[in-house]
Design a protein around this ligand. Sequence first.
Ligand code: HEC
Length: 503
Amino acid sequence: MRFPGYVLELGSLTLWAGLVAASLWHNLALLDVQGREVAFARARMLFSILETTRLWNAYHGGVYAPVTEKSPPNEWLVDPQRDVVINGRAYTKINPAYMTRQVSELMGSQGGLSFRLTSLKPIRPGNAPDPWEEQALQNFERGEKEVLDRVEMGGTDSFRYLGRLLVEDACLQCHANQGYHVGEVRGGISVTIDAVQVLAEINPQKQQTIVLHAFGYLLLAGATLAFLTWLRAGWRQLAQAKTEQEAMVAARTAELRRAVDDLARSNAELETFAYAASHDLQEPLRMIGSYAQLVDKRYGPTLDADGREFLGYMTDGAQRMKRMIDDLLTYSRVSRGEPALQPTELDVVLDAALANLTAALTESGGQIIRPARLPVVLGEAPMLVRLLQNLLGNALKYRAADRAPRVTIEVVAQEGRWLVSVADNGIGIPQAAHERVFHIFQRLHSHASVPGTGVGLAIAKKIVERHGGRLWVEDNHPHGAVFRFTLADAGSGDVSMPQQQSR
Ligand code: HEC
């Protein structure tokens, strides 16, 4: 599996960019809201101071101030005592509206802040509202207490505030004739704040936010890239290790394969040699046998007792050697070539084996106990006949002196194969020899006590292995031995055909 290309880097950088941008946008918006709050807080504060000083003025029914160029008598104030002279100095009454106007002019537009008095029913036309103020004043009529807004005003981005002025007793001294009552809205103070100036105050904060976000993004991106690089390196290392390991395994496998092939070849050569050698030995042996017989026939009478005995040994030896060579040839034949496996009825096989053993059975008085029905296995009939014949023959041959041989054949299904057991009540096989009995020419008993070449079990084992099975021996309690082997079922095809089964 390959590590995904650079989409991970690209993807995470984009994702972080998106997240950081969203956060930045959100924070800047919050700062704007904060700026707006600041602007309105200032407007409210200004309004409240103005309202209070106006009230102070109204409580006095207007306040006298010396007449100056900047402070002439208010043409809109109708009051017989508007202008007075004290000690030769002229004074004029300043009503709250006039005072407010003068303060407003004095203040100008300091810090981007300006204000004015307005009303829907102005005594002084100059106090008439502009369209925004008119709208706001109408809102007061509907019960609102203040109006906040951000508008484009004379080409500048502005915050606008309008606070309402209610009629109090003190106001009625001058405004009663207009028909006002206490608690009614008389008008309002309109405050305008230059948005650009106020928002400029939070610019450092905005810059800081931007820098922080940029820094955060770089940090995140850096960390992500570092992490992905680390991950990638680890992955590469892992992949490399895997490749190396695979190469190593492949090399080992090839080595092993070679060794197995070599072994198979040398084994095959050895078997061919054994076959050829034993085959070629037959002829000279036959010669020895025939000439020994000839000597016996022709010169037997002239020989003395010793001579005849020696000749007897010779004939016996030749016969034994012939049997051994025959067995060896059989062993070689079993080892050579592939068995032609096909469904084979084990019942038929057993019948054939027993037929071959008729003499041994009669002679030993043995009894064979077999199941009612044996399975159909995958095998080569002649080989299987020899297998059963060898095992049963052994069971009859190595019988105990004090009891008649009794051989029990059993078959059970095991892990998809057939497990066949041939159990006897004979002399048994010592635990230590359980392996050795299967070796060729290995005999546990002297030739004199029990005749045989010691090839039978080796052949049996070879046959089972050529069929992809396994043959072994166990103790049969209380007496005797039990040989067990496995065979594939005819239907399963569960046979792994070994070139050279080594076990
Ligand atoms: C001493 C007299 C006097 C008193 C007291 C007084 N006013 Fe006025 N007011 C005036 C006059 C005169 C004007 C006319 C315009 C101007 O002077 O600018 C006016 C103007 C106004 C205006 C501006 C709109 C317009 O009609 O031009 C408002 C709003 C206002 N007064 C509210 C009040 C309130 C609220 C009170 C009580 C707290 C109050 N006044 C007390 C004399 C008075």
